[in-house]
Structure formats: C-alpha cells, structure tokens
Design a protein around this ligand. Sequence first.
Ligand SMILES: O=C(O)Cc1cc(O)ccc1O
Ligand SMILES: [Fe+2]
Length: 457
Amino acid sequence: MPVTKFTTPEKYKYQNGFHSYHESEAIEGALPIGANSPQKPPYGLYAEKLSGTAFTAPRSENLQTWLYRILPAAAHGPFEPRESITYSTNPGNSSQKIHHIPNQLRWDPFDLDETVDWVHSLRLVAGAGDPAMKSGIGIFIFAAGKDMDPREAFYSADGDFLIVPQHGTLDIQTELGHLLVRPNEIAVIPRGIRYRVALPTGPVRGYILELYQGHFQLPELGPIGSNCLANARDFQAPVAAFNEDTDSTWHLLSKFNGQLFAAKQTHTPFDVVAWHGLYYPFKYDLGRFSTIGSISFDHPDPSIFTVLSAPSDHTGTAIADFVIFPPRWLVAEDTFRPPWYHRNTMSEFMGLIVGDYDAKTGGGFRPAGASLHNVMSAHGPDASTHEKASNTALKPAKVGEGSMAFMFESCLMVGVTEWGLKTCKKAQEDYNSESWEPLKPRFKMPGGIKKDVETGR
Ligand SMILES: O=C(O)Cc1cc(O)ccc1O
Ligand SMILES: [Fe+2]
C-alpha cells in the first residue's frame, strides 16, 4: 500500500516550491510591475517590506517579501505586556527553572486542553539559547480547544515556528494567505508573520520547534543526487487573500523574548492584497517524503530521513534538523535492523504523531508523547526490541506501517523546563528500568573459559 497523501480542499489554493520566488495577487493588477515601491502602488495600496534576513545577507540566503496592503503593519497602538506572570517561554531567561540533566526522559501523551486558544496553548518543554541573542531553539507542546478570538492576530518576534500537528486540524489565516494543516503535515510560520489559528475540527495537539536563529533549508543530497527525501515541489505556500475591515477593534499579540504583548488597532491585519518574495509561510505533507535506506547491510544514520535542516555556522552541524521515520521497507541482510545503541553529541527530542516507533516496542512511547536523549545520553532499542530484532528472520519487512515518528535533533544541549519535568506530570519515572536496565549480558568467552572476577585473568 502506498503512503497516504493529502488532497487539497477546494477552499485552499497553494503555490508549489521550496525557496521559490513566489508572487500572488488576490485582485488582478495589485502587484506593481517592474518596481517594488512605486510612488502610488495600484488601487491605493501601501507597499511594505518584510525582511526575514539582514538586507545584506548573501543572495542564496536572502529572504524578503514585498506586501501590498490596505494599511501598513505599523498602524497600531503601543504594545502593553500581557499575562507577564504566567506567559514565560524563553529557555534562557524564564521565570520557571530550567533543568540541564543527563537523564534520558520520556513523556506519556500530553493532555488535550479545550480551555485555551493557540496563543495560550504553547508550553515550553525544553530549549536552549535565548531569543534575545537570536540563538538556540525552543521546543513546545501545544494543546488547544478554542479558536483564537476572531479579531486577534499573533506573531512571534523570537523565531520561526515549525509546527507538527498530532491531533486535529489547524486552519491558519496568515497575512500572506490561508494554510490548512492536518496531522502528518507540517507548517513553517517564519518570524514576524502575523496569523490567526482556528480549529475547524475541534481540539488540536502537537509539537513546535521554534528556531531563534537562521531558517530551515532542504538538506544537501550529496551522492543521493537531485531527488528523494523531501522534494522542493511538494512544499506549498499560500496565495494572497485579504479582508477589507478598517473600522473594528483588533488585538495584535506579540511573543517577544518569550513574553506576551498586545497592541490595539482599528483594522484587520489580514489586508494584504498581493505579495511577492521569498519570505513566506509554507506547509508540507509528510506522506510525500521519498524515503531511502540500505539495500545491502547495516543501519544508516537517520540523517537520510531529514526533511528540513537549520544549519549552524559549521557546515554539516545543525542547530535543528527535522527528521521523520515514515513507513518503509527494511531489507538489510545480516543486520541488526533497529537503531544501534548510541550516544550522540547532538540532542534528540522525539515525538510520535501516530502508530508505533520501531526502536521502542515496549509500549512506553505513544502518540502525543515524547522522549529526550540529551547530549551524550546513552539510548537505543529497549530490551524487548533488542530480543526480537536479534532473533527475527531477516526477510524484507515493512516497518512503521500507518505510523509517523519524528525527531528534532540539535547540536545544542537542551534544558528541560519545570513544566516539562514536573508540572505536566507526564515525565515517566520508569523509562530506564523499562527500557535498558532489563538488558542481560550475552557475552560468552570463547571456549567457555571463565575469567576470575577478582584478578580479571
Ligand atoms: O534514537 C533514536 O531512536 C533516533 C535514531 C534513529 C536511528 O535510526 C538512528 C539513530 C537515532 O538516533
Ligand atoms: Fe538516537
């Protein structure tokens, strides 16, 4: 059976391509021709530039978009702090304690929460760095049951949101157009883009990686060649869509250095009639990922499953990789097929959207749960998986049928928040004792000779 791929409902239109220069106009003629900022843009629109990289960033990295809108984004009152006691999501400077601990951690499925909207659903579980320094990442769990107020829009000044829904549908109205995002799809909303989230099918839950530095790219393919993994044409950006509403009260919410602020304005933020550029939100259907693997022997590094990568300044070392484990065939001969036991200089935060993960068949890693194997924290298959995989007949086998696990892998050591470790009450106490402590020594000296425990001879 091929992997499931989504179709696009009528209401939503997209333009295809990763890092493609897109342009879109909701009214014909709204985009100025041959100029970005004419004296009088078409139809009395204001021209506004949105910069996602420094003006002077190299061309290959430069991300900017021109917006043609009814009123500029600046037309709002002053920001006031909101919920400053309770809303604190900066891993470098949070009101909650951040724990840097070498323990392997695993969480039971996080609860749905029907009482909150998108903005208030964001729970920092782990992170590194500081958005004020534009360095590091934040890892969030979201669980919401309410639409955002019809006259509210939100943006994060802190970083790009990589959103991984696990349950329910997100209807995301952005300044640049609409995105419908369902489990097994992902969305990226870049820093600063204003949006509103509605929940057309009820409660939602999932994971977010916020990237405080740089932007996501497609990984290099090296000897793989010019195709496979996530193909550029399968990334979808919205088309321009606008409302005309210039006399009602709106609240603009800003996540700025992990704190929440609100400003009033008397017009809709969703008034962009046309846009062109490289800085835009996008979505991707994980069912379109063309997975590759070994067709001879041994278990390759999971980097072959990288969907998106946010590089550090050091080539090949990511601030964050987004890696998935889709359904796939395993055919390797004379091979222990699950992941090897390992310790990694990178930290590995994993989540499960649906199904089972083949490295953990012992039952404790469930959809909507998570695990964290921090820098050099030893991990690998649990004892029951090891037992099965060491003895199974090595026929071609499909793993992960109907399943999708993922990993946020980062070169940074991540701290776990007080919420993640204690308040959420989901951290498992028996992770080690269930997974690896039951492993038995299997070592046999050749010829059945026994070493003397005392002398070692
Ligand atoms: O730890 C994990 O389960 C993730 C993982 C999977 C894999 O196939 C190889 C290495 C790795 O870290
Ligand atoms: Fe790992």
